[in-house]
Design a protein around this ligand. Structure first.
Ligand SMILES: Cc1cc2nc3c(=O)[nH]c(=O)nc-3n(C[C@H](O)[C@H](O)[C@H](O)COP(=O)(O)OP(=O)(O)OC[C@H]3O[C@@H](n4cnc5c(N)ncnc54)[C@H](O)[C@@H]3O)c2cc1C
Length: 408
């Protein structure tokens, strides 16, 4: 490999860090420059709404790698620097500092940003989003004096944030516009479980409730709902999903369609540019369709394929998606994708307990499983999905049947 080649990586998070490690492992000898518009060296995002917000881990524990690891990789970081455009013809990136850097290969690991809520008052003090370490520092600062918080959005981020603020002693009300929590991703049975869990822990969950206006004189004091209800609040957190950061790619003429379009080797429509992580729309050969995922396993596994491509090696990204979420004493692990399921099988006591698994079935095959405090079920469910075994719903539901016995 040519040691004078220069690879630029845009973004410095989960995808980017795996990508630079894999580049060196695959024999990339040239320079590597990583450019990030955040002020911090790469850190883990999942703990932001969990242990980090709840103040149970320190800044150093959030780091993705120790500083010495980056020295060993011989990587140059440009933090607090935004790439403003990509010139594909001259193979250059333009930075907000005015600097222009040339590249031989380019990796887009630009991720996603919090979706803004376009209602009056969303810019008041003590109204926060949660995507970055700095966002959490802002939330923690508000939480030191706040007695009450309203969370807008009943997805994973909203629910995890509710659990963490509850731990900090803040009284939380969570608003969800839909008729159930996690509607986009979970079955009604799992939604009902999370409603019970949060209610048992003292969170005031309001379904079918839309935040219409945030009121206050500089700092927030009240959230006004679409039905006119007013909720007193010292702080609010908006968690209504994300938007993929694809503008750099589309402005540069790369193909973008619900994410930067890449093939199974993480290659974009430009031969010298790859992309990985939350920003991509990619094919999944196991599921036989395209996906845009927001998860760490997706970012890291796809980054390995992207790094291989940059080194001229074909390594297809073909993994079954998985995800996790921690709320109170409950660890959820999800394997597979449940879209298109026609039947739900519950193994364990979903109505009273905090340990059970939910299997999503179609055409007699398991598509996905949500495993609540059941790591062993999670591992076996993954194998059952990959094997494509015909499933027997009665055996899956029967706790006396060892799931292992259902494997081929
Ligand atoms: C609070 C929270 C909790 C989560 N919990 C989980 C979990 O439990 N499990 C799980 O699997 N996933 C979880 N996720 C999702 C997971 O963190 C993301 O899937 C993952 O961070 C994606 O990594 P990425 O490298 O693709 O992008 P990102 O982490 O989004 O990083 C992209 C980086 O690129 C930077 N950037 C973008 N454009 C430019 C530019 N033009 N110039 C310079 N820099 C730029 C961005 O500022 C950002 O720092 C969570 C996310 C959040 C926010």
């Amino acid at each position: 490999m040519n040691p004078s080649n220069h690879c630029i990586v845009i973004g410095a998070s989960h995808a980017a860090v795996q990508l630079i490690i894999s580049l060196r492992q695959n024999g990339w000898e040239g320079n590597i420059t990583v450019i990030s518009d955040e002020d911090h060296p790469p850190y883990q995002r999942p703990p932001l709404s969990k242990a980090y917000l709840a103040n149970t881990i320190a800044d150093e524990q959030l780091a993705l790698r120790a500083p010495a690891a980056y020295q060993k990789l011989n990587v140059t970081f440009k933090l607090s620097t935004r790439v403003t455009s990509i010139d594909t013809q001259n193979k250059q990136v333009h930075l907000d500092s005015g600097e222009i850097l040339g590249f031989d290969k380019l990796a887009l690991c630009t991720g996603a940003r919090a979706r803004p809520l376009p209602i009056p008052g969303a810019d008041l003090n003590a109204v926060h989003y949660l995507r970055t370490m700095d966002d959490v520092k802002g939330i923690q600062a508000s939480a030191t004096t706040a007695k009450t918080a309203v969370i807008i959005g009943g997805g994973y981020i909203g629910l995890e944030t509710a659990a963490s603020l509850n731990k900090l002693g803040v009284k939380v009300t969570l608003l969800e516009t839909e008729s159930r929590l996690l509607k986009r991703v979970a079955s009604p049975q799992v939604s009902a479980f999370y409603l019970r869990l949060h209610t048992e822990e003292g969170i005031d969950i309001r379904l079918d409730t839309q935040a219409a206006k945030l009121l206050g004189d500089q700092a927030l004091t009240q959230v006004i709902c679409a039905d006119g209800t007013a909720i007193d609040a010292d702080m609010a957190i908006i968690g209504i999903g994300v938007i993929a950061n694809t503008e750099l790619a589309s402005d540069a003429g790369l193909t973008v369609d619900n994410g930067i379009l890449v093939n199974e080797f993480a290659q974009t429509s430009h031969e010298d540019i790859v992309a990985a992580g939350d920003c991509t729309n990619h094919p999944n050969p196991i599921l036989n369709r395209n996906l845009r995922l927001e998860s760490v396993p997706n970012a890291t596994e796809q980054a390995k394929a992207a790094a291989a491509s940059l080194c001229g090696i074909e390594k297809a990204y073909a993994e079954l998606p998985w995800f996790w979420s921690d709320q109170f004493d409950v660890k959820l692990q999800i394997t597979g994708m449940n879209q298109g399921y026609t039947e739900v099988v519950v193994r364990g006591d979903i109505n009273n307990g905090r340990s059970f698994s939910v299997f999503y079935i179609a055409n007699n095959k398991i598509l996905a499983a949500d495993c609540i405090n059941r790591p062993k079920d999670f591992m076996l469910a993954k194998k059952l999905i990959l094997q494509g075994t015909d499933c027997d719903a009665a055996s899956l539901a029967d706790e006396s049947t060892d799931l292992k016995s259902l494997l081929i």
